[in-house]
Design a protein around this ligand. Structure first.
Ligand code: PMP
Ligand code: GLU
Length: 396
């Protein structure tokens, strides 16, 4: 048989999805696994959203919609973004697709020519690496460590830019570090992007999850020059506990949005009609459930940070947003736990799963070796149990 596509064959499975699948399989096999691997709110989708979906089915709102989403949803997105992020867009600038992951994929397919470079700050979300390659691009990673609070600086960004740089993928609040860039930090990075004329893919899917009253600034709120080159990515998965409904969206200049719409009209077609109706209900309702979830996440964050830093040999910074914490396990590397020699974070996560029955994601996939990522989008009860297991595992 002839060779498969080189690009497709080189794609690695998503480390987050792989760990999630493995822990679910172990659970199905009868193991008492606690999973903190995939970042997925444990909350149920709020009732008013579910009711709207049921209404949509009853009303036979079950046919194709325009490929880039319904006008009603686009309007709801524009209004929500204006109210929450102080950014103004017209419905013609919105592209709705099947999850933010899909929207980022569409964006990269729209922006890149073969060999174009995309600056990728690390630690960064696993799927960015692969999606850049899938679009024929080259990821150029720029690392910022714990001592820099995992944040990219304008100097490092400047140093990473070459004549082949086309875009940067920027994620604020960050998965996996939970760090947030303030307005000044964003402006300094945006200035470099404007100077070198590169697009900013700004993934702001965790924008509603910021803690301690920290206010969020959208990249697109920094003025017209920045907004023009920004493709703003957002979605309903995290804010409304709607991961399985698969609705994400991009806001961009009309010409960019049009290319993205044409691309999706020939690939997936429209996103799920029922989910679009449900998303409108989430976006337009009073946002009290979003605030309640945020408060719950903050309480969990406080608890988990205190527990981690009380355990000898591991530590973490205090995340400011999203629902992940990067645990520094470097002191443990080289030690033997329960008969297994732990060389790296990958082995740490594997042994923690095998011996401690706790699933996390090793940092290597996010470009941050020596750390594991723990999602605290889980019940307080499970977080407490998970922390006890981690402590017992390390005491072995
Ligand atoms: N961006 C980031 C940073 C994420 O963590 C996720 C989580 N899956 C996504 C995008 C995609 O979300 P979804 O496809 O569920 O909208
Ligand atoms: N974004 C989540 C995570 O990082 C969900 C899994 C995924 O889509 O990769 O865990």
């Amino acid at each position: 048989m002839k060779e498969l596509s080189k690009i497709a064959s080189a794609v690695q499975a998503s480390a987050t999805m792989a760990m999630d699948a493995l822990s679910k399989q172990m659970k199905a096999d009868g193991y008492d696994i606690l999973s903190f691997a995939a970042g997925e709110p444990d909350f149920d989708t709020p009732d008013h959203i579910k009711e709207e979906a049921i209404r949509a089915i009853r009303e036979n709102d079950t046919r194709y919609t325009p490929a880039s989403g319904t006008l009603a949803l686009k309007r709801a997105i524009c209004e929500r973004m204006k109210a929450d992020c102080a950014v103004e867009y017209e419905p013609g600038q919105v592209v709705v697709a099947s999850g933010a992951k899909h929207v980022i994929y569409l964006t990269l397919q729209t922006l890149l020519n073969p060999g174009d470079e995309v600056v990728l700050p690390t630690p960064g979300w696993v799927s960015y690496f692969e999606m850049i390659r899938m679009a024929g691009g080259l990821p150029v990673t720029v690392f910022a460590g714990e001592e820099e609070r995992f944040k990219l600086t304008p100097e490092k960004l400047e140093a990473a830019i070459t004549p082949r740089s086309k875009a940067i993928i920027f994620n604020n609040p960050s998965n996996p570090s939970g760090m947030i860039y303030d307005r000044e930090e964003l402006q300094a990075l945006a200035d470099v992007c404007v100077k070198h004329d590169i697009y900013i893919i700004s993934d702001e899917i965790y924008y509603s999850l910021t803690y301690d009253g920290v206010s969020f600034t959208s990249m697109a709120a920094l003025g017209d020059e920045v907004k023009r080159r920004t493709i703003l990515i957002n979605g309903v998965s995290k804010s409304y506990a709607m991961t399985g409904w698969r609705i994400g969206y991009a806001l961009a200049e009309p010409e960019i949005a049009q290319v993205m719409s044409r691309y999706t009209s020939n690939s997936t077609g429209s996103p799920c009609t029922i989910s679009q109706r449900a998303a409108i209900a989430g976006l337009t309702a009073y946002q009290d459930e979003v605030y309640a979830m945020r408060e719950a996440f903050q309480t969990r964050r406080d608890y988990i940070v205190e527990r981690i830093n009380a355990i000898e040999g591991i530590s973490c910074l205090r995340p400011e947003g999203a629902f992940y914490v990067l645990i520094n396990v470097k002191e443990i590397l080289g030690r033997t736990i329960g008969g297994a020699l732990i060389h790296d974070a990958q082995e740490f996560a594997t042994e923690l799963l095998k011996q401690g029955l706790v699933a996390t994601v090793p940092g290597e996939g996010f470009g941050v070796p020596g750390f594991i990522r723990w999602s605290y989008a889980a019940s307080m009860e499970n977080i407490e149990k998970g922390m006890n297991r981690l402590e017992q595992f390390l005491a072995k």
